[in-house]
Design a protein around this ligand. Structure first.
Ligand SMILES: Nc1ncnc2c1ncn2[C@@H]1O[C@H](COP(=O)(O)OP(=O)(O)O)[C@@H](O)[C@H]1O
Ligand SMILES: [Mg+2]
Length: 263
């Protein structure tokens, strides 16, 4: 099976991506084509290169070779903060929030950083009282992710699951065109994982944005994804619908063992 698309306008396309670190060839000619409206999951064992691919797509690192386009615009060498302005929203495998600020201040900071010029790091805290519009977006977003009751809590005191929700809120508040989630349920209990999966599905339903995620939990993947791509030792081996990927003998062998995959 190839990465050929079955309809849908390509929004985010990576072609022949190569990325090496000194001791390891991480990505080997990886092709990805995410269509507008897709929920596109990249799966693969630990160390397969999922996070590195994410970084290349989002601009945190640049590929050694290959190209990345967004809406037909070449963004291969475009820094991350500029991609955010084009509509990239990203969360991380380990949540990155400002630990000493409250929940709502974190979302305000995300919005203010977005509207500030250039890619200046945010280190000084809140500049002034947020506008009515910003406060409305913060409230709406915290309601949406289920953190409204914890709006005044200091971020470092939040549970792991709530930190992930906060990080999601920080991306969502910018109304991204493509929401990128690196292992959104990593380290969660089964019930938190279910809640996070439902939340992502609800966000998709409400906003309709394109979502790209990596995930190792199959239940999460098959519950959310419209397309699944399997990365194995830095190479994209299969791309297809969840059913196609689940039934692919090579996928069973290299990634899931020979056990049948339970959806
Ligand atoms: N900054 C880095 N420097 C050197 N090696 C790295 C770096 N980032 C990732 N790697 C290596 O690249 C490989 C893929 O890592 P990663 O993209 O994090 O995989 P995954 O997210 O699928 O677990 C691993 O062997 C990892 O050790
Ligand atoms: Mg990873």
């Amino acid at each position: 099976m190839t990465a050929a698309r079955q309809g849908g306008t390509p929004l985010l396309v990576a072609t022949k991506i190569v990325k090496d670190y000194p001791s390891v060839k991480v990505l080997k000619d990886v092709d990805v084509s995410v269509a507008e409206g897709d929920t596109f999951a990249v799966i693969g064992p630990n160390g397969a290169g999922k996070t590195t691919l994410f970084k290349v797509l989002s601009g945190e690192v640049f590929a050694d070779r290959g190209t990345v386009t967004f809406k037909d615009l070449d963004v291969t060498r475009m820094p991350e903060w500029k991609r955010v302005r084009l509509g990239f929203g990203r969360s991380f495998q380990v949540a990155r929030v400002f630990p000493d600020l409250t929940t709502d201040e974190n979302v305000v900071i995300a919005i203010e950083a977005y509207h500030r010029n250039a890619g200046q790091p945010v280190t000084r805290g809140l500049a002034c009282k947020p506008s009515r519009e910003t406060r409305d977006i913060v409230e709406d977003t915290l309601l949406e992710v289920g953190l409204i009751d914890k709006r005044h809590e200091i971020a470092r005191l939040l549970s792991h699951g709530d930190k992930k929700r906060l990080e999601l809120a920080m991306s969502l508040a910018l109304r991204p065109r493509v929401l990128m989630l690196d292992e959104p349920t990593a380290g969660m209990s089964p019930s938190d994982r279910r809640a996070a999966t439902e939340l992502i599905a609800a966000i998709k339903e409400r906003h309709g944005m394109t979502i790209v995620l990596t995930e190792h939990d199959m239940e999460v993947v098959f519950g959310l994804a419209s397309r699944v791509a399997v990365l194995h030792q830095g190479a994209m081996v299969v791309t297809g619908t969840p059913a196609q990927v689940r039934d692919d003998p090579m996928v069973r062998e290299i990634y899931l063992g020979s056990e049948p995959v339970h959806a």
